[in-house]
Every structure is written in structure tokens, then in C-alpha cells.
Design a protein around this ligand. Structure first.
Ligand SMILES: [Zn+2]
Length: 229
């Protein structure tokens, strides 16, 4: 009797561990691979554990790969800087407003022109990947401007080539502007994990195309909290 009880307890434990493993794995994957753009806003119940990275915040899940990417770059003489990490919806709104004001005052644009130009780089609040904590803007000590010219620097080339080895892709490539709806941003990296980052890089596609190919539409809108329930 005691033996059967022991065996049963053991079996239950194994089943529970297996179940937890499957559950945890599912959440992590969906969290990591979520598609955020104008058509797919950040889910209202999006929850992400944040950690400090220098003076900025990033998702805890990308802390280790990002640290490794920075360390590897440094060992090859490339001094990267984290220019932006996690941004709240409110901060995204402020940044957009500041940029619109700047374009009107300094570049003498009309309000309509300023909004159109801002839309090329700044997603509307609730539609920015930075709100997930999974996206970072990376520049270097030698080139710290948000300018396409970053792509031609040693740091820009290094990040594009080696980013996928750490699970990061250039999210808005030069030849995918029509598909992503965003201007070329050689500094904006998105974490997807090594497997998918490599797949996307090898196939020369963007995240929108990868989602169309691999996932059903409804999967795209599932946030981690919904999965937990
Ligand atoms: Zn960015």
C-alpha cells in the first residue's frame, strides 16, 4: 500500500513537472515572438518583468543575451551603447510629441508633414515594440546618432552580422520598408531567440513575413497573460 502511494506521488510529481515545462515553454515562446506593428498593437494585458541595463530598462528575458552581445563586441574592439530599451506607452507618446514639435520648430514643417515624418520612425503609443521590453536601440561610442549612416560603421556592420547569434535581428531592414511600414533602422534590434533570429536572417525575410509563414493570425494577438489563464 505504502509502495503504491509512493509510486503515485512520484508519478504525479513527474506529470506536474512536465506540465509546468510545457506551460512555461509556451508562454516564453509566444512572448518572445509576438508581432507588434500598426495592425497588431501591444496587448492591453501585456506583462513583462523588467531589469535595469545601465540607466535603462529591458525585459529580463533579454538581459543575458544582450550582455553577451555587448561583451563579445567589446572583445572585438566594438564599443556598443544601449540608446533605448523599454518605453512605457506614456513615454512613447511624449517622444512622438517632442519629435513633432522639433520638426515644426527646427525643420519648419507643417503639422501634417511633421506627423507624417514622425510616423516613419515613431510608432503610435501602444504600437511600439519598445513597449514590450524585447526591443533595443543600439549605437556605438563612435557613432551615437539615430542615422542610417550607423549601418556603414564597424559597429553597425558587427551588430547586423552577429546579432542573430545572440537572438537579435535588425527589425526594420532597408529592403522591407513596404512590409514593415517603418523606415530603415539599422540600430533597432528585436529579440526573438537564436533559432528564429537565424531563420529570419538566413531567409532574408522580416518578422511580418515570418509570422505570415509560420503562425496563424489569431496567435499573433495572444499576450502572455491570456495564455496563463
Ligand atoms: Zn527602436
Amino acid at each position: 500500500m505504502r509502495m503504491t502511494y509512493k509510486l503515485l506521488t512520484k508519478a504525479t510529481t513527474y506529470i506536474m513537472i512536465l506540465f509546468l515545462f510545457i506551460l512555461t515553454k509556451g508562454i516564453t515562446n509566444d512572448e518572445m515572438l509576438i508581432l507588434i506593428n500598426d495592425q497588431n498593437p501591444v496587448p492591453n494585458n501585456w506583462e513583462v518583468e523588467l531589469v535595469n541595463f545601465g540607466r535603462l530598462k529591458i525585459a529580463k528575458i533579454i538581459e543575458d543575451p544582450l550582455t553577451k552581445l555587448f561583451e563579445q563586441a567589446k572583445s572585438e574592439g566594438i564599443h556598443l551603447i544601449l540608446a533605448s530599451g523599454y518605453r512605457s506607452k506614456k513615454k512613447q507618446e511624449e517622444n512622438r510629441k517632442n519629435n513633432i514639435d522639433f520638426l515644426i520648430k527646427t525643420e519648419k514643417m507643417t503639422l501634417k508633414q511633421a506627423i507624417e515624418e514622425t510616423n516613419r520612425y515613431f510608432a503610435e503609443p501602444g504600437k511600439s515594440e519598445h513597449e514590450t521590453g524585447l526591443a533595443v536601440d543600439i549605437l556605438s561610442e563612435d557613432f551615437n546618432r539615430f542615422d542610417e549612416g550607423f549601418a556603414d560603421t564597424d559597429a553597425g556592420k558587427w551588430v547586423a552580422e552577429h546579432g542573430p547569434e545572440f537572438g537579435f535581428i535588425i527589425r526594420y531592414p532597408k529592403d522591407k520598408v513596404d512590409t514593415t511600414g517603418k523606415a530603415y533602422e539599422p540600430w533597432h534590434l528585436r529579440y526573438l531567440g537564436k533559432k528564429v533570429a537565424k531563420e529570419i536572417t538566413d531567409e532574408g525575410i522580416c518578422l511580418e513575413e515570418w509570422h505570415t509563414k509560420n503562425l496563424k493570425k489569431e496567435t499573433l494577438l495572444i499576450g502572455p497573460k491570456q495564455l496563463k489563464n
